[in-house]
Design a protein around this ligand. Structure first.
Ligand SMILES: *Cc1c(COP(=O)(O)O)cnc(C)c1O
Length: 477
């Protein structure tokens, strides 16, 4: 049987209740054929089989207000009756204008203008090109280099894969990625890479010095910018940087006239409990350019955005005065109407406060359940980290207690993800983020909707804890 015809647990898929895999004409992204979701309300998803799931990760940290919110549904229905599509080389549209104003006006002056894309990778492509356009138009044609970080993720297009460094995602394409213009420095991942003799300050200074050395190696006036995820998502699994890190990295950019660029596709738009992750997890340091996407549309539409600081806007205003970049579905009226409604719901229902409160409660419950004195998983729970509505639980099997376990070549995080899904909880397993080779690391990501309730948080902690315990018990030798 081809691997595409078995479930994550190695069994034939029977999402339609019949034995054996269901037929499909989609080349799926998973080694198994995923079940079909037929209905969803809030964070509950119903499958074709009738099984009900609770989504504790919002898909991929996307569905930030749950599904079927009446305010968003109404906005989408009204917009489809008004204007469903215009091409933005000819016409603009009202929801796009209003959304852009909301995004810039809620940034405390950090951003002056905004441009739209249809997702995170497109937004990051837009950032890469706009950063180059800025120097092209301000007469610094020699600036052609980007510096990003190892163990990062910026998207799945060729340029964003080149920019980022996610060992396994780039492997098949490494030979065609651009290594001339995209360079990498160390991740900011204290729990794994801070040396025992180093203080947090020392560690930050080492990373700052490494970035400066990379600038000098490339030629300081050839660097376009330094790019980082404010809180690392899909590689190390919810990795906030040490205190002072972003301030230090921005100081290097400023010293040499380069741009300081943040990718908040996953961590932004409220996910960390603040509108922008840099407000709470980035030393309050605003970037010159920023990409957002996942929580921007909350799953109701494919949308991303590029947020531009005064510096960028001033540079362009004195030259072409326009964004030399576009896509057919950019600023799509339906996507913008959906996103605008999502953002109004977050604001009007005061959801960021709820996200912070319930996030802190989730952290407390997870720590008690996974690291408590009688907890089966305590010896293997390496780290529980995050903030707001974004939490990573990292496991480690380097200790002597692991001698009694045998996962038979399977990855623990993926076993836990599969077990949880089978028992009604959607979570995200992530592997390979614990070393630079991408060969070690088991993290589970949790990203409940910002309107999650205390009872739902209790359910998440309990169901997740049960899955961790069940997988550990099933693999004891
Ligand atoms: C998901 C993600 C992307 C890519 O977004 P897509 O919408 O999947 O194209 C880029 N950067 C980060 C940090 C992400 O988490």
């Amino acid at each position: 049987m081809s691997p595409a015809l078995v479930s994550s647990a190695g069994e034939p898929v029977s999402s339609n209740g019949k034995a054996g895999p269901r037929p499909t004409s989609i080349l799926h992204r998973t080694p198994w054929i995923p079940p079909i979701a037929t209905r969803a309300e809030g964070s509950y998803i119903e499958l074709e089989s009738g099984q009900r799931l609770f989504d504790a990760i919002g898909g991929a940290a996307v569905a930030c207000i749950g599904m079927g919110h009446p305010v968003v549904t109404k906005a989408l229905k009204e917009q489809i009756d008004r204007v469903s599509y215009v091409y933005n080389m000819q016409l603009s549209n009202q929801p796009a204008e209003e959304l852009a104003t909301l995004l810039t006006e809620s940034s405390n002056g950090a951003f002056e203008l905004c441009g739209f894309a249809s997702g995170g990778s497109e937004a990051m492509e837009g950032v890469i090109k706009l950063a180059r356009q800025y120097f092209h138009e301000t007469g610094q044609l020699q600036r052609t280099n980007f510096i990003a970080r190892q163990l990062s993720f910026h998207g799945n297009t060729v340029a964003t894969l080149s920019l980022a460094y996610h060992p396994t995602r780039r492997t098949p394409y490494a030979a065609i990625l651009d290594s001339d213009h995209f360079h990498h420095v160390s991740p900011a991942y204290a729990k794994r890479f801070q040396r025992p003799e180093e203080s947090e300050e020392d560690y930050v200074e080492r990373l700052r010095a490494e970035l400066e050395a990379k600038f000098i190696e490339l030629g300081p006036d050839t660097v376009i910018g330094f790019v980082a995820e404010t809180v690392v998502g899909a590689t190390t699994g919810v990795g906030p940087a040490p205190k002072g890190y972003f301030k230090a990295m921005k100081s290097v950019c400023e010293k040499y006239g380069a741009l300081f660029i943040l990718d908040e596709v996953m961590s932004g738009m409220g996910r960390m409990g603040t509108m922008h992750a840099w407000e709470s997890f980035g030393d309050g340091v605003a970037p010159d350019l920023q990409a957002v996407a996942k929580g921007l549309g909350g799953g109701y539409a494919s949308i991303g955005a590029v947020l531009m600081s005064k510096r960028i806007v001033a540079g362009l205003r004195d030259a072409s005065g326009l964004w030399k970049h576009g896509h057919t579905y950019q600023a799509n009226p339906l996507a913008c109407a959906a996103s605008l409604a999502v953002q109004k719901v977050i604001r009007d229902e005061n959801l960021l406060e709820n996200c912070r409160i319930q996030g802190a409660y989730l952290e407390k419950l997870l720590k008690a359940r996974l690291q408590g004195p009688n907890s089966l998983s305590a010896p293997f729970t390496f780290d529980i980290r995050g903030g707001g509505g974004f939490w990573g639980i990292e496991f480690d099997f380097d200790g002597p207690e692991a001698a009694t376990l045998d996962f038979k070549g399977q990855q623990f995080a993926m076993l836990v993800q599969a077990h949880a899904l089978e028992h009604g909880l959607v979570i995200m397993g992530m592997t390979g983020g614990a070393n630079l080779q991408g060969t070690k690391g088991d993290v589970i990501l949790l990203a409940p909707a910002y309107n999650v309730t205390a009872q739902e948080v209790e359910m998440i902690a309990e169901m997740f804890g049960d899955s961790v315990d069940a997988v550990l018990k099933a693999h004891q030798v």
